[in-house]
Write a protein that binds this ligand. Sequence first.
Ligand code: ZN
Length: 322
Amino acid sequence: MEVAPGIFRLELPMPFELRHVNVYLLRDGEGFTLIDTGLQTDESRQTLHAKLASLHVPIERINRILITHIHPDHFGLAAELREQAKAELVIHRLEVALMEPRYARAEDLVHDVAAWLSTNGVPDAEAEFVKTASMAAREFVKVVEPDVLLEGAERLGIDGGELEAVWTPGHSPGHCCFYWPDRRVLFSGDHLLPKISPNIGLHPQSGADPLDDYLQSLDRIKGLDVDLVLPAHGDPFPEPRDRIAAIKQHHEERKTALVKLTSDSPRTGWDLAGQLFQGIRDRNVFQQRLALQETLAHCQSLAVEGRLRKQVTRELVTWKAA
Ligand SMILES: [Zn+2]
């Protein structure tokens, strides 16, 4: 699991469709830096501790924890590990702003989400169903106050060199990749994955135009000299440019499909999601909600570009080809 000298990939289990998340342990002189933490579950916790033990790394030698973003599989164990290791916790400040409403005052968020589902065309019965999907996430996370806040472009000393925080909003508003220029290594979090394209969704906690944020963030990564990408899910892969081109093409195809689907009459996001993602109504509520968010992110980007007309009333948001 040593993927480069002094860089260890620790694969941790998840009880989801996506079976694993990678966290990375980086040797830093006598100590270590950990990138992401895995879920707050017994299974994940035990696996992490077993892997650290097999590397002969006592938890106290981890003196810094970097977080790519606060989704439960990346951030779940952060509070506990920081406490045990007395480590410094480092997160982008836009992620910190999401933490309280998402995990501590989830009832308020659920209220906002219900209104949002309704204006995007989700029928009442199904709205009740879909809005509960995110509540389960709370079990896997604990709210915590970070020690260092990032905005992007920070240089963090590591093993005689520097690790650069690269702000890459899109999948989450304060998502960060971590770039080690001396080693030509990029820790890409969920921003760039080898097999799947990360969910880019428009929803009450997202940026206002997350798909365009995401595409611009991909360009930021394209400018870096990278020989090895270490993603949060799946295997390491060499330089990111081919993968970036494929992901961009995928999003453009989705946008073209949406322009077609809205050529006759104005449609809601829910309606469009059902057509863009065939068979989605038979999938679980979590998948349905991601499909809606993903559809809306593409519609918003098209509206900003002027290819769709976005109509808004108090009751309904609709989209129609321009
Ligand atoms: Zn994520």
